[in-house]
Design a protein around this ligand. Structure first.
Ligand SMILES: Cc1cc2nc3c(=O)[nH]c(=O)nc-3n(C[C@H](O)[C@H](O)[C@H](O)COP(=O)(O)O)c2cc1C
Length: 318
């Protein structure tokens, strides 16, 4: 079987499949469950400085072609979610797994992003992921940080600075930025954020907002009316985003958006991803999605004489 080990930002991952942010709750047990089902790494739900209430049910609909959600980034806040990261690290060390943890952080102001970066660092995640898809409440129209070059750059700089301050005696944690696909030119944002000091990217977050109408009730299915769209239907759009980011920056990328099979994962890798996130795929194929995707990747590599996954990264650009 082909070897699927990956080094990403100098960190070893047993395989390239990563639990995407928001799919499992931020508890050591839930994150470990993903690893025991084959994930090479895990991402926490996006963590806020203080507890954050999400939207009321119904918040999620999964169909064969897409998933729509308006969970609303619910979280217990860094003082409760942070210690789960440490507990997770202890559990995987005990069991001898090689599955780094990525702490996703989110805030409504750049100052809060800074404080949060400092606080989260104390719980020793392997990587910090900045979720910039949230509205910037300091901005007149509350435009998401991800949709404005200046805001995206400011957040990247402040998180980098605070993450570095918090670990004076250790190596600074890598900071990756999770980009929104809901922009006209994703390479413009990627380039600016790379220049501001991002170590890499996670791409992409959900598309939208979208809406599903419940025919019987004659009203939107989600209590929030609109939600973010993910799953198989967004895959070609997400692959194009990863392709554009790789072309613009050459920085490491965790690619995601509709990955449910091994060949989906290979497509993202050929577009330029080093690791691949699975979100909606967990709803579609069950918790063992990670194992299934890895087996299918290995089978494809074996049947195509590919021994090293690295050989495929960005192959579609050559
Ligand atoms: C129910 C649900 C909750 C999510 N919560 C978060 C979140 O807290 N933070 C985040 O950055 N992305 C969140 N996402 C987005 C996913 O991490 C991922 O970027 C997106 O769903 C595309 O991947 P997929 O098609 O494999 O699901 C969420 C997605 C879903 C379906």
């Amino acid at each position: 079987m082909a070897d699927l080990k990956v080094k990403f930002l100098g960190i070893e991952f047993a395989n390239p499949t990563i639990l995407a942010s928001g799919i499992y709750p931020t508890t050591a047990g839930a994150l470990l469950k993903a690893v025991e089902n084959g994930a090479g790494g895990v991402t926490t739900k996006s963590i806020w400085l203080e507890a954050h209430k999400g939207h009321p049910a119904p918040t999620l609909l999964t169909t064969e072609h897409f998933t729509i959600n308006a969970v609303g980034l619910s979280d217990e806040g860094v003082s409760k979610s942070g210690p789960e990261i440490l507990a997770y690290k202890n559990k995987i060390a005990e069991k001898g797994h090689c599955a780094p943890v990525i702490a996703s952080i989110v805030a409504g102001t750049k100052t809060d992003f800074g404080f949060l970066a400092e606080k989260i660092t104390q719980f020793a995640p392997d990587i910090i992921e900045i979720n910039i898809s949230c509205p910037n409440v300091e901005e007149e129209f509350g435009k998401p940080f991800a949709c404005d070059v200046k805001s995206a750059v400011e957040v990247t700089k402040i998180v980098n600075k605070f993450a570095a301050n918090a670990v004076k005696s250790r190596t600074k944690l890598p900071v990756i930025v999770k980009l929104s696909p809901n922009v006209l030119d994703i390479s413009e944002i990627a380039k600016a954020v790379a220049d501001a000091g991002a170590s890499g990217f996670c791409a992409v977050n959900t598309f939208g907002p979208g809406m599903v109408i419940d025919l019987e009730k004659r009203k939107p299915f989600l209590s929030n009316k609109v939600g973010g769209v993910s799953g198989p239907g967004i895959k070609p759009l997400a692959v194009r985003c990863v392709y554009d980011i790789y072309k613009a920056t050459k920085l490491p990328i965790i690619g995601m958006g509709g990955i449910t099979t091994g060949t989906d994962a290979i497509e993202f890798i050929m577009a330029g991803a080093n690791l691949v996130g699975i979100g909606a795929g967990v709803y579609m194929r069950g918790p063992q999605a990670f194992k299934l995707v890895c087996n299918e990747m290995s089978e494809w590599m074996d049947s195509h004489g590919v021994k090293d996954l690295q050989e495929l990264v960005g192959a579609a650009h050559k």
